[in-house]
Write a protein that binds this ligand. Structure first.
Ligand SMILES: Nc1ccn([C@@H]2O[C@H](COP(=O)(O)OP(=O)(O)OP(=O)(O)O)[C@@H](O)[C@H]2O)c(=O)n1
Ligand SMILES: Nc1nc2c(ncn2[C@@H]2O[C@H](COP(=O)(O)OP(=O)(O)O)[C@@H](O)[C@H]2O)c(=O)[nH]1
Ligand SMILES: [Mg+2]
Length: 206
């Protein structure tokens, strides 16, 4: 007896991003991640997702979850991994039809965050390591704090964010170095010089 089979495949929203080109942008607070990402968006049409910005948008919405997040961010601590990851994933899916690739800025903050991202979303093709000296980062953040209105751009929280960066986030770079996808960017130079290095790294991806 012949069967006529219609295969019904469930469509998961995740399928839309499973082959996406992903760049992790990692560096200390104030190292210049956001500044460089904006320039990449302009030149390459990538979608920029700053995990910090996504969290701040949730805080600004005034939701109950936002209130809990604000308390954590004000202390310079890390919010629960699943919260950030779900936000990134949803934002990626929302842009899937128009995106040439994704810049994931400020994530992973710790090795575990990277591992979970790969399980739920996919592997990065490149990690841009935006490197600046800690004194440089502090100076930039204090200057940014004069106008940013960010509750965490103050001397006390900056110190905590830097400590956490060296303790939790730097190991992320070593983790991906073993895969050969890390490009170290000297972010002490003027913005356009920094961007030349970033462009070279992205051009090599094609
Ligand atoms: N993956 C992430 C990203 C951000 N945060 C929280 O959000 C705050 C601000 O994050 P972000 O905007 O990325 O700040 P920095 O990287 O410190 O600095 P910048 O905005 O200057 O990039 C962090 O201190 C942390 O509390 C987090 O917990 N987990
Ligand atoms: N001199 C100089 N300043 C920079 C450079 N990149 C960023 N800044 C400044 O440093 C501050 C922090 O930059 P931002 O992009 O917000 O860094 P992020 O915290 O890593 O996202 C901002 O006030 C920028 O204007 C750079 O390459 N050179
Ligand atoms: Mg930023």
């Amino acid at each position: 007896m012949a069967f006529c089979c219609v295969r019904i495949r469930s469509i998961h929203p995740e399928d839309k991003i499973k082959d996406a080109k992903i760049i992790f942008v990692v560096g200390g607070p104030g190292s210049g991640k956001g500044t460089q990402c904006e320039k990449v968006v302009e030149k390459y049409g990538y979608t920029h997702l700053s995990s910090g910005d996504l969290l701040r948008a949730e805080v600004a919405s005034g939701s109950e979850r936002g209130k809990q997040l604000q308390a954590i961010m004000q202390k310079g601590e890390l919010v629960p991994l699943d919260t950030v990851l779900d936000m990134i994933k949803d934002a990626m899916i929302a842009k899937a039809d128009v995106s040439k690739g994704y810049l994931i800025d400020g994530y992973p903050r710790e090795v575990k965050q990277g591992e979970e991202f790969e399980k739920k979303i996919g592997a990065p093709a490149l990690l841009l390591y935006i490197d600046a000296k800690s004194e440089t980062m502090v100076q930039r953040l204090l200057k940014r704090g004069q106008t940013s209105g960010r509750a965490d751009d103050n001397e006390e929280t900056i110190k905590k964010r830097l400590d956490l960066y060296y303790k939790a986030t730097e190991p992320v770079i070593a983790f991906y170095e073993s895969r050969g996808i890390v490009r170290k960017i000297d972010s002490e130079l003027p913005v356009d010089e920094v961007f030349k290095q970033v462009s070279q790294a992205i051009d090599k991806l094609k």
